[in-house]
Design a protein around this ligand. Structure first.
Ligand SMILES: [Zn+2]
Length: 292
């Protein structure tokens, strides 16, 4: 897997699943097929499968290594969770990827979750003797305090919100807090001058991007601020999975406006290989340029 280096930090990825997934019409309620077709014709071939008409969507975890720490950002769907299809991916690719990166569970120092959805906090925990326990015994898990509280409340109310709450909260989030391994942090949280959070609420109650800085360079793991490169062309196309679609669209446009042309690397969770990209301005739209 291609490694990105910025300053003293190296960044690689573990892929849990990839390939054609949903059609744009299923994913974006505001999708317009004529406009969409025009954009898709201009996008990189990796991001769309013309045979099936589906977007190519990857699920992956970032491994970030600094001179001091080994950090995971977002942990896919995990194993033994009993999620119904299509969220019942096989566990082995992620475990193989983790091992291929030369890692053992006890090597992880920190886990950041951009948000607490089913496909971003799965490997937070594993089932041991009938109990959900933190997968990484020495890690601190960094959750935004209000993100955690919102899903706790939603779960208590018995809501059925897209992406999170219910078993996702009970299996992947609550056991980490109960084990004393969670750091419930605020908007301004910063770890070791290298990592800091950037609140980008909308997709989830308190979704955060994770900024990484070293040696005068910057990268940002954007979680689900975008699911697909189409959203650079149409930032207002929010997804069916958004907590607040209008707020998600505002957060996306603000982010794209601020980062366009800066040379800061963008690290999405759901974009296929080569994944890493740069944002270029294009009038009221933006372009996603893969770093190849
Ligand atoms: Zn996601």
């Amino acid at each position: 897997m291609k490694k990105l280096s910025i300053g003293d930090v190296s960044i690689t990825r573990i892929i849990e699943r990839d390939g054609p997934w949903r059609t744009p019409r299923e994913m974006f309620p505001a999708y317009d097929p004529i406009i969409g077709k025009h954009h898709i014709a201009e996008l990189d071939s990796e991001v769309f499968d013309p045979a099936s008409g589906r977007m190519v969507i990857t699920y992956q975890t970032y491994i970030v290594r600094t001179p001091r720490y080994t950090v995971l950002i977002d942990t896919c769907t995990g194993e033994d969770k009993g999620h119904p299809p299509p969220m019942d991916f096989p566990k082995q690719p992620w475990l193989d990827g983790f091992a291929a990166a030369g890692l053992r569970f006890e090597d992880i120092d920190y886990v950041f979750c951009t948000h607490l959805h089913i496909d971003h906090c799965g490997w937070n925990t594993v089932l041991r003797n009938g109990r959900w326990v933190p997968t990484f015994p020495k890690a601190k898990y960094i959750f935004h305090k209000s993100e955690y509280a919102a899903w706790e409340e939603s779960t208590k109310r018995g809501e059925n919100r897209a992406g999170g709450g219910g078993n996702v909260f009970h299996y992947n989030c609550q056991p980490v807090v109960e084990a004393g391994q969670a750091l419930l942090v605020d908007d301004g949280y910063q770890l070791d001058n290298t990592f800091w959070l950037q609140p980008t609420a909308g997709h989830s109650p308190n979704h955060c991007c994770v900024n990484i800085r070293s040696g005068g360079q910057q990268a940002v793991v954007i979680g689900d601020l975008m699911h697909h490169a189409l959203q650079c062309r149409e930032p207002d196309w929010s997804t069916i999975f958004d907590w607040d679609p209008a707020q998600a669209a505002r957060a996306r446009r603000k982010f794209l406006t601020e980062i366009a042309g800066t040379g800061r690397y963008v690290l999405p969770i759901h974009f296929p290989q080569p994944t890493t990209g740069l944002i270029e301005p294009d009038g009221v739209r933006f372009r996603y340029k893969f770093v190849r």
